[in-house]
Design a protein. Structure first.
Length: 219
């Protein structure tokens, strides 16, 4: 790889992306804009600038990285991770500090990843899932109601429209993850424009619509 393709002041750029990730996790379900292309000029196509910038900002030689089947088979991605971050790769989801998935279809169930422990919850996996440019709601999730998010960072429960890329059983998986607190994984949902954080402290529930109501009224 050509080191000259790194943009000027990569340290400042990485710090900016890292702050955006922290902001996303402190304001769950609210997208935070990131400009990965301003930090990473040589992102592999399979990763994209936004996901690559998060890897660059968050991963190092002390953070084992798991890649889904799509990314793990891409030699450019593997070489880029090694060159830009120094992070070791692992094939075991439960051994990963960070996990990167190109699509929800190639992501194992959330409980396959490291939940940390009561004594060391910070040893859990942070999952970085690319949601692409898919817009609109995840109809498989919201066909029976609306998703309400609650927890630290919410003055009151907030309606959230999940990305269309998420699996139909995502709310159930997340409820089980939240119930393990202080253990549990954290999730970063990344599209072309930014990142949305779901820390384990956030609860999600599917609230059925009241009979005969419009889309905004729940039981």
């Amino acid at each position: 790889m050509n080191a000259q393709r790194t943009l000027p002041d990569p340290v400042a750029g990485a710090q900016r992306i890292f702050r955006a990730v922290l902001d996303a996790l402190s304001r769950p379900t609210r997208p935070v804009a990131i400009d990965g292309a301003s930090v990473i000029a040589d992102a592999p196509a399979a990763l994209g600038p936004a996901v690559a910038s998060i890897a660059f900002a968050c991963c190092d030689d002390s953070t084992p990285v798991w890649l889904d089947a799509v990314l793990a088979c891409d030699e450019e991605v593997r070489a880029w991770i090694a060159f830009r971050t120094g992070a070791p790769l692992t094939t075991e989801p439960a051994a990963a500090a960070f996990a990167f998935a190109a699509a929800a279809e190639t992501l194992p169930a959330l409980d396959a990843f490291a939940p940390g422990s009561d004594e060391a919850p910070h040893t859990s996996t942070t999952i970085v899932l690319a949601t692409g440019t898919a817009s609109g709601d995840a109809s498989g999730i919201t066909s029976a109601g609306v998703v309400l998010a609650d927890g630290p960072g919410f003055p009151e429960p907030r309606e959230w429209t999940p990305p269309a890329a998420l699996p139909q059983d995502f709310v159930e998986q997340w409820a089980a993850n939240h119930a393990r607190f202080p253990r549990g994984v954290d999730l970063l949902l990344v599209d072309d424009d930014g990142v949305t954080g779901l820390p384990r402290t956030t609860s999600l529930r599917l609230a059925p619509l009241a009979p005969g109501s419009g889309s905004g009224e729940v039981r």
